[in-house]
Write a protein that binds this ligand. Sequence first.
Ligand code: HMG
Ligand code: MG
Length: 295
Amino acid sequence: MPKNLPKNLPENHVHLYEVGPRDGLQNEPEKIAAKDKIALINSLNKVGFSLIEATSFVSPKWVPQLGDAAEVMAGITRAPGMRYAVLTPNMRGFEDAKAANIDEVAVFGAASEGFSQKNINCSKQESLERFRPVVAAASREGIAVRGYISVVVHCPYEGAVQPESVLEMAEALLEMGCYEISLGDTTGHATPESVSALLDIIAAKLNPDILVGHFHDTYNYAVENVMTSLSYGIRKFDASVSGLGGCPFAPGAKGNVSTGLLHDALIAAGWQTGLDREALKASEALVTEMGLRPR
Ligand code: HMG
Ligand code: MG
């Protein structure tokens, strides 16, 4: 289980995980200096998240923007109690992440063969074989592992994705030892109807406590998709400061749901996030100063 999970929170609390420094920046075409990434994470430290996804230990040939992962992790100020998470697709990534003193890692698979091949250059089955030693090594070190599943509703290479394919991947990742599953609507094609169709299957089999919603906001459905997920008992969502984000291997996909937008929608609907909106505005201002905006 992850360390430092907040305890005794009210029933209407929704956890927002900030993935901006990773998902938000990975698709930016212009090189962002490590010092600016560090400044962004240090600013986000003040917002009150329990987890910030800081970067990825992936091949710099595949994602050049995050080739400075070790430098970024070495440069940030560690806020007390914060979990700094990173993506690790294989043992090489895990070893480098461990050396960088991360708190948590994520392996990332896909519900479709097409996206698995384009994103991590292997089949779904091969990806599970690569993840297994990562999860085992993390477990020996007491490091929690999140399992991402991409294209849970729509694949840019294969079209509609069946919920059963998502369930199969989720069960494999959980059986391996992942402590939670983040359901990635990579392309932002999900709607409340398709999210319901997905969760009718997934939430019937898996405890919603271990599920996370990760919605990209291509067609402005992400907030509604979160609201639909809440009705299935899911209380954890990934979001990105200023709505930055996108995956280099999902053409046309836009940013993650904006943390501020989602926060405001949740508060308006009577939920609590525990975030400091003024501190988040300061991070949003920094994003603007950096010349970044959702694509
Ligand atoms: P590959 O080319 O099949 O790997 O890539 P390989 O093992 O043959 O290695 C090729 C080269 O990469 C070698 O270097 C390795 O050393 C190096 P060379 O000998 O050519 O100089 N290498 C590495 N270097 C640094 N760190 C590593 C690493 N691994 C190998 N960890 C691989 C396979 C998985 C590495 C590659 O496909 C990759 O890095 N993919 C990353 C893709 C990615 O980061 N996508 C975006 C994140 S996923 C996402 O955004 C979706 C999500 O947000 C949820 C959603 O929205 O759905 C999570
Ligand atoms: Mg994503």
